[in-house]
Design a protein around this ligand. Structure first.
Ligand SMILES: [Zn+2]
Ligand SMILES: [Zn+2]
Length: 328
């Protein structure tokens, strides 16, 4: 899939879920959503969500753990089913985001536009949420950012036939709907809820980590960007919303760093490790965490720092005073 095809795909994938949601709302209005639809929605949400969080993000983009070839293929395929782009393109954009987070060159920073006031803030948040996907000029060279993914023939295969995986993300819930209800109508509403509505909901949760997760919320660690921890988004993002923790320690398999920071993706990785299916799981010990937290206190941050400063840290200093982050 080249850049132009990807752009067309993004346009279609942004619009189709909207029609799907509209159709679902009409059906819901007429009480045509059944328990089977919600079960199918839940199953597909978990597959796609873990595919993006555990697969695309932690396994592929940050190499936070290693796993067997079949599981690597499974996680990457589940990530493709989410419909956010082929693994080579997703990982390239994401690693670039970490390298220059909230600075010029970041594909999806809410601070890309320095226009002052509420209008500028809303423009920035929209850009970080979804607007960046419509930027025709944006391309992150996979040769530069993820040669490891390009070298992996399984990942090349999934990237090449990505659209078929997305189509599978509609067919599979249709089949599940058929199996659960035994009717063709059940298959159709299953495809609608587990396919299109699920694309819409799951993808907006991912987009919210990029927009809200760099704007509103608490910071525990000194990072050269504006990443924040957004507790209320943690459950449905499978732990991705502990985004300040993640930018502080990008390679960590766990983004939740306290017992009360719910991180389902980390629980999955830990379970796989116990079963002997995940190895080289990256952990950050408490001492290293505390050192970084102290650095943040010294900069005037900490628990009582304002969650939404007038002048973002990233704009206060173009050259980071906080240190280089080990991304991959
Ligand atoms: Zn980020
Ligand atoms: Zn990341």
């Amino acid at each position: 899939m080249d850049g132009r095809e990807h752009y067309t795909f993004i346009l279609i994938s942004a619009l189709l879920p909207l029609f799907g949601v509209a159709a679902a709302v009409v059906l819901l209005w007429n009480r045509l959503v059944g328990p089977a639809d919600l079960i199918v929605f839940g199953i597909m949400y978990v597959i796609a969500g873990l595919g993006v969080s555990t697969g695309y993000h932690r396994l592929l983009a940050h190499r936070a753990f290693k796993t067997t070839r079949p599981l690597r293929i499974f996680f990457a395929s589940a990530g493709a089913v989410a419909g956010q782009g082929p693994p080579v393109i997703w990982v390239a954009h994401h690693r670039r985001h970490h390298r220059v987070a909230d600075k010029p060159g970041d594909p999806h920073s809410p601070y890309s536009d320095e226009e002052p006031g509420i209008k500028g803030a809303l423009k920035g948040l929209w850009h970080a949420h979804m607007g960046w996907l419509f930027d025709r000029g944006l391309s992150s060279d996979p040769m530069r950012y993820c040669p490891d993914i390009l070298r992996d023939k399984d990942m090349r295969f999934i990237s090449k036939y990505f659209v078929w995986f997305v189509a599978g993300g509609v067919v599979l819930p249709g089949l599940l709907g058929l199996a659960l209800t035994g009717t063709l109508f059940g298959a159709m509403t299953g495809a609608l809820w587990g396919g299109f509505v699920r694309f819409f909901v799951a993808n907006h949760i991912t987009y919210a980590v990029n927009s809200i997760g760099h704007y509103f919320g608490r910071r525990r660690f000194a990072t050269p960007d504006e990443s924040r921890n957004v507790g209320w988004l943690a459950l449905f993002s499978f732990g991705e919303a502990w985004h300040n923790n993640h930018h502080a320690f990008p390679r960590s398999a766990s983004h939740g760093m306290r017992w009360y920071e719910l991180d389902i993706s980390a629980l999955v990785i830990r379970s796989l490790e116990k079963l002997g299916l995940a190895t080289n799981v990256i952990r950050i010990d408490r001492e290293r965490q505390d050192q970084k937290a102290i650095a943040w206190e010294k900069l005037g941050g900490g628990r009582h720092a304002r969650s939404n400063p007038d002048k973002p840290l990233a704009l206060r200093s173009r050259t980071s005073a906080v240190g280089i982050v080990d991304v991959e």
